[in-house]
Design a protein around this ligand. Sequence first.
Ligand code: ATP
Ligand code: MG
Length: 431
Amino acid sequence: MAQQIQAIRGMNDVLPADISAWQHLEACAREVANSYGYEEIRVPLIEHTELFKRAIGEFTDVVEKEMYTFTDQGGESLTLRPEATAGIVRAAISNGLLRGARHKLWCIGPMFRHERPQKGRYRQFYQLDVEAIGFAGPDIDAELIALTARLWRRLELSGVRLEINSLGTPEARRAYRELLVAYFRRYESALDADSRRRLQGNPLRILDSKNPQMAEVIAGAPLLSDHLDEPSRAHFQELRATLERIGIAYRVNPRLVRGLDYYSRTVFEWLTDALGAQDAVCSGGRYDGLIAQLGGEATPAVGFALGIERVVDLLVQAARVPGAVPADVYLIVNGAAQAGAAIQMAEELRDALPHRRFEFNLGGGNFKAQFRRADKSGAALALICGDEEMARSVVAMKPLRQESGQTECPRSEVASRVEELLLRLTSRPSG
Ligand code: ATP
Ligand code: MG
């Protein structure tokens, strides 16, 4: 036997048995995004490497060590997208969508990062990405957070908690950055290798370190919130007031940061205790400087990314996954001569009842075997096309989940009778 080819490490198949949770999450995300007036956008999975270097920043884990970058046949350096914001902003600029206009956009799709695979951390993973471009005020920050809160409610997920912070403006952050660098220099021997490197390029990222040995030195660091500029303080105050007004609980986490200069003001993260080490399910923030940095006209923007696999895990754990929907009708052929006529009838039924699910008994088999398959399919109703029925231009109908007998109907009325019967068989008794 030829050697089997394995999937790439950290890249998962989503099998039909697991698809219900994904589809449920995607459907709810669409519904909720739509209810706030957000529109879907789809952008390429591959972009010029330069885009991500400029958008994500050179001193980030993602750009330093996680990108899938390759040279294509034309000699260009291209990268599989590690996140969606860069591509969406690039699309807004290159399609001329900005020019003072405002856009509320969402997108779902795979991202690629060469990380160490473990539960909740993969090399291909999916994100729901929502971006609001052209909005400066705290109202849109609150709306994006409200949208995520609504999604948790819609999914019936409790136990995700919100942390928020303000990063101020890049100008105000510069002064703070100097304080921070001075502080960490005093404790340089306590810093791990990553942090020592970041001290040069991106000292704020040190605050974000996940190394427990760094916790103590980080806890003593000066706080950005003590160094906010006045307009940012007002922006944050208004965001907090709005969240309180619409009943969204939050905790201010003064160490929640984004390291890059184009970030400003609001950052937020939704966390859970149910997933072990990979506790962030959604994170977002305001990136007022990014669009200008990518060559567009200066435009404020804010957005978030939600990790689909992690939320799917939450749904499965909390048993919030709707069951798979079985077939409505299973078509049984009694007598080989009728197979062609039965397939034709199945096609006509699908024309007439496009919302119903029909399973045609493929591959023949005796009557008993077909009935067994019909039972296993979970269908509510079996239709039987036999030589005898066809000769009289009728079809036999047999409910499979209830102790009611077999009936017949004229071939010409089969669609309406099937619909009638299905409504009766699948309606729950009221009261
Ligand atoms: P983390 O701190 O877990 O590495 P991050 O800060 O790198 O997350 P973002 O880039 O902000 O994450 O992405 C937003 C969300 O995407 C995260 O909150 C998480 O739910 C999800 N996510 C990020 N990286 C991965 C991954 N490698 N595998 C699965 N989900 C991921
Ligand atoms: Mg990460």
